[in-house]
Design a protein around this ligand. Structure first.
Ligand code: CDP
Ligand code: CDP
Length: 222
């Protein structure tokens, strides 16, 4: 059987991975996987169940049995729309904490691979090209300076009507970058076989166009 092609987009927080990945998927008519949402949902499920974020066996059991659905931009946990709840600062920290536990990553591995269906998948996260889809046809490491990323996250929050502090966001972002890069399993890093996409001075449209150009350069079988 022919396996569906994958475009893997990895990179640090607020670099624009999700936005670019979703637009590339829409342009190609492919599915889109926000792998970070699975870690966020796991952290939220643990919080709801009263399981501590450092209880590896407990959190991994929850990750393996997560009742999630993604439909029309909604993220549901046990039928409840938790799209906003999983974006809170608290759950962002929790996601990064549970993501450092090997048993949790193992439990989510097969769930992520199940998203690979024809005609193709665009997946974003930290280890899409290195661990989850090592045979991805296009691998991108999408990044931007910490200052630009903090600014992007800040604008995003203000536009949604939340109050936010740019300094605090920058600080939180650096803490999470550090933890995501230093952990023993699947650390955030640019893989040797990934194309670097530095977007500090690129618009979303330019970043999307670059990924589509790399995809086209890989052969036009889809
Ligand atoms: O949107 P942002 O980049 O800030 O975060 P996210 O992609 O939603 O991921 C939330 C957290 O989950 C990250 O801080 C990572 O620790 C973890 N994560 C991971 O370890 N591996 C992935 N493939 C995706 C996310
Ligand atoms: O998924 P990730 O955390 O990497 O980032 P995101 O939520 O997709 O993007 C963060 C914000 O940056 C969004 O509001 C995007 O519209 C914005 N962005 C931008 O302003 N310029 C870019 N070149 C890419 C993203």
């Amino acid at each position: 059987a022919v396996v569906a092609p994958v475009i893997a987009i990895d990179g640090p927080s607020a670099s624009g991975k999700g936005t670019v990945a979703a637009r590339v998927a829409a342009a190609l008519g492919w599915d889109y996987l926000d792998s970070g949402a699975l870690y966020r949902l796991t952290a939220l499920a643990a919080q709801k169940a009263g399981v501590a974020w450092d209880d590896e066996a407990g959190v991994a059991a929850l990750a393996a049995s997560l009742d999630v659905s993604f439909a029309e931009g909604e993220v549901c946990l046990a039928g409840e729309d938790v799209g906003d709840a999983i974006r809170s600062e608290d759950i962002s920290g929790g996601a990064s904490a549970v993501a450092a536990l090997p048993a949790v990553r193992e439990a989510l591995l097969f769930r992520q691979r199940a998203f690979r269906v024809a005609p193709g998948l665009v997946a974003d996260g930290r280890d899409m090209g290195s661990v989850v889809f090592p045979d991805a046809r296009v691998k991108v490491f999408l990044t931007a300076s910490a200052e630009v990323r903090a600014e992007r996250r800040y604008k995003q929050l203000i536009e949604k009507g939340f109050s936010a502090s740019l300094d605090k966001i920058l600080q939180e972002l650096r803490t999470r970058d550090e933890r995501d890069s230093q952990r023993a399993v699947a650390p955030l890093q640019q893989n040797v076989d990934a194309q670097l996409l530095e977007t500090s001075n690129l618009t979303i449209e330019q970043a999307v166009a670059q990924v589509l150009a790399w995809q086209q350069a890989c052969g036009a079988d889809s």
